[in-house]
Design a protein around this ligand. Structure first.
Ligand SMILES: Nc1ncnc2c1ncn2[C@@H]1O[C@H](COP(=O)(O)OP(=O)(O)O)[C@@H](O)[C@H]1O
Ligand SMILES: [Mg+2]
Length: 336
């Protein structure tokens, strides 16, 4: 952690009341709802939650990469104060990669198996106006930056290890000098050693290029060393947001506390995450009131009927009836 969170510059990114539906064969299902947050230049924010909580949907919406059956049904995303046409692939093209780029989870799926890695990194540079020669030189330089030796630059993806492929993904994300990099579980598929190395690389590059980073992970334990702030997501909504120090020292939401308690402590033997009892809700069957109430050890009567508002709490925000005594003026948004 560093003091970037005290940065007072205007936000690079402002997400306001974002809601996304997925159309299925019969009905439309709300995947994320009323997602609001700001990201400042050079700030690193973690987006944490169990599988299915809406992390990838949030990231894809911001990058204008939502799947064809998705629809933005509410809210907006502003970049340097201007609204982004996030539901228009063609209009988002000049922005994507040069302003906001994404490191996807599975490098093997995201890389083209029949193209040499150096050419794949040169491609976005060419699309954004570089000559082929310049682009290849930039690609070679980027591969060196992420630790791929010069003699491996003309390799095909399958000739590289998982860790190296994920480094290639990072090089590709940096190709057009973006201000924001979104890493969607960039280390999840790797073994523990590679996870640590790739995460360190990402953190180093973020500092070196003053990147704003949105690090998506289901594993809170990777957040402490890499991010300034943490946003906790549950069932499509942000339920808590605070600095890394605040979140770890004094989590406000019972879900955040359970996530922290599920982190294995060193010396505990097997490095296995202790799962939180119960299952996260599906989109089809969301519990009434607070979506977390059926799993919540502190649930009260009101939690079964009324969805809590996301309210300002010190420097952070929390959506939980345990903190309802806060003054109403502090409300950040009223959830539907
Ligand atoms: N293309 C899609 N069509 C229908 N439902 C989807 C689609 N993509 C994701 N979902 C659903 O939206 C919810 C949120 O998914 P996602 O954003 O991928 O969550 P996370 O990244 O936190 O695991 C999940 O219930 C998931 O099944
Ligand atoms: Mg995901």
């Amino acid at each position: 952690m560093n003091n970037r969170s005290q940065n007072t510059a205007p936000p690079l990114l402002k997400v306001d009341g974002l809601a996304v539906d997925y159309a299925t064969s019969a009905i439309s299902l709300r995947a994320i709802n009323d997602v609001s947050f700001e990201l400042r230049a050079g700030e690193a924010v973690a987006l944490v939650g169990e599988s299915g909580s809406g992390k990838t949907t949030t990231a894809m919406a911001i990058a204008g990469l939502l799947s064809p059956n998705a629809r933005v049904v509410g809210g907006e995303v502003r970049y340097r104060g201007r609204p982004l046409p996030i539901d228009d692939d063609a209009l988002m093209r000049p922005h994507r990669w040069s302003e906001t780029s994404v490191i996807f989870q599975g490098a093997m799926n995201a890389l083209n198996p029949v193209h040499r890695i150096v050419n794949q990194i040169a491609e976005p540079c060419i699309l954004h106006g570089m000559s082929r020669g310049e682009a290849l030189a930039r690609a070679t330089e980027l591969l060196a930056l992420v630790g791929i030796p010069a003699d491996r630059c003309s390799a095909y993806p399958h000739q590289l290890s998982g860790g190296m492929r994920q480094r290639v993904m990072i090089a590709m994300a940096l190709a057009c000098r973006p201000s924001i990099v979104i890493g969607d579980e960039p280390t999840t598929a790797l073994d523990v050693i590679n996870q640590a190395q790739v995460l360190k690389l990402l953190v180093d590059l973020r500092t070196r290029f003053n990147l704003a980073l949105i690090l998506i992970t289901h594993d809170l334990s990777v957040v402490a060393e890499s991010c300034d702030r943490v946003m906790i997501m549950y069932s499509g909504r942000i339920v808590e947001d605070g600095t890394v120090a605040e979140i770890f020292a004094e989590p406000k939401h019972p879900y955040t506390r359970l996530l922290i308690d599920s982190i294995p402590t060193p010396g505990e033997g097997k490095r296995m995450l202790r799962p939180i009892p119960g299952d996260p809700p599906t989109l089809v069957k969301r519990p009434s009131g607070c979506a977390f109430h059926p799993r919540c050890p502190s649930a009260m009567e009101i939690c079964t009927t009324e969805a809590p508002h996301l309210k300002q709490f010190g420097k952070g925000r929390v959506a939980c009836h345990l903190h309802d005594s806060l003054p109403a003026a502090d409300k950040v948004s009223a959830n539907a």
